[in-house]
Design a protein around this ligand. Structure first.
Ligand code: PRP
Length: 178
């Protein structure tokens, strides 16, 4: 275990089980259909890499990097798209893949963006969710698990770009971020 980690929250095996659970739900829901997986950089790349390899549906990949700015208490924020997808998603099933949902602002705005581009359906898969932190009400179709409001890193999740490569998810020691 990394020295900066207070406690392991999910082991590699536990994460694997969550990934497989989400994949089987997606495989069931999109049987016989095509899916455009939009991977939201950077954090979700690790989760997405594992998830898409468990998918049996016809899936195409694209990448997006975005951050949200806004009031924080309403859904009227603004999305800053740092890197956009190349795919024309008009009439397509879009699956937004995230590592974690916090306030919900980023995904709420990204979902609206995909809908305004004419996507047939827009669904969200997120490995983790912090319901206590939510400021916008957003439907998330596929969630690995809810967690408490703690500083978690690993499996793509970072603090100042560190810890993304850990194959487990851990809670950071308070002295590291305070
Ligand atoms: C994280 C996460 C989501 C967003 C969730 O990304 O991957 O995109 O924050 O927060 P929200 O629900 O409050 O909008 P981050 O901005 O840390 O970028 P990263 O993936 O590159 O680490």
């Amino acid at each position: 275990m990394h020295n900066d980690i207070k406690e392991i929250l999910f082991t590699k095996q536990e994460i694997d089980m969550m990934v497989h659970k989400i994949a089987s739900q997606i495989n069931e829901d999109f049987k016989g259909e095509e899916l455009i997986a939009v991977i939201i950089l950077k954090g979700s790349m690790i989760f997405a890499a594992d998830l898409i390899r468990c998918l049996t549906v016809n899936v195409k990949l694209d990448f997006m990097q975005a951050s949200s700015y806004g009031s924080g208490t309403t859904s009227s924020g603004v999305i800053n798209i740092k890197k956009d997808i190349d795919t024309d998603i008009k009439g397509k099933n879009v699956l937004l893949i995230e590592d974690i949902i916090d306030s919900g602002n980023t995904l709420n705005l990204l979902k609206q963006e995909m809908q305004s581009r004419g996507a047939k359906t827009v669904k969200i898969a997120s490995l983790l969710s912090k319901p206590d932190r939510r400021v916008v009400d957003i439907e998330v179709e596929y969630i690995g698990t809810d967690i408490l409001d703690e500083f978690v890193v690993g499996y793509g999740l970072d603090m100042d770009e560190k810890y993304r490569q850990m194959d487990y998810i851990g809670i950071l020691k308070p002295e590291i971020y305070m």
